[in-house]
Design a protein around this ligand. Structure first.
Ligand code: HEC
Length: 115
């Protein structure tokens, strides 16, 4: 009987969702687990950030367009993020604030690659 209850306990524990696992990206570097990233919507990114880009970049007008400039789930590897984090963009305008950068990072890191 003791064995049975141990088995039941084991089964229960192995069914619990584990939240702490790291998700690894294709290049082998650990990416932040999606559960730890606060999801940011495209609408937020659009009003807070992309309006500063659309005068010069048509691709910044749509979600599809910016997808071509980023690596889903990996802000650091994304052209879109790097261009603003470095201060290279927006051209001829003040760099993005830390808060804006964090929003963009949150948005990109919460994206999942298309299957
Ligand atoms: C005043 C015009 C202007 C504004 C505003 C501007 N850019 Fe640019 N951007 C340029 C120019 C010019 C280049 C260099 C030419 C090229 O490579 O397309 C460039 C290049 C880039 C590139 C690299 C090339 C590419 O298209 O992949 C990225 C990424 C980029 N910009 C992102 C942004 C983002 C994000 C914003 C808004 C926060 C922004 N830009 C705002 C003019 C602008």
């Amino acid at each position: 009987m003791k064995i049975l209850s141990l088995l039941a306990l084991f089964l229960l524990v192995s069914c619990l969702p584990d939240k702490g696992d790291l998700v690894y990206s294709l290049d082998g570097k650990p990416a932040v687990s999606p559960v730890e990233v606060e999801a940011v919507s495209f609408a937020t990114i659009q009003t807070e950030i992309l309006t500063k880009c659309t005068d010069c970049h048509r691709w910044a007008k749509t979600e599809e367009g910016i997808r071509k400039k980023l690596v889903p789930g990996n802000a650091e590897a994304s052209k879109l993020f790097r261009s603003v984090e470095s201060g290279f963009m927006p051209e001829d305008a003040p760099p993005l604030t830390t808060k804006e950068l964090e929003l963009l990072r949150g948005y990109i890191n919460s994206l999942v690659a298309a299957p």
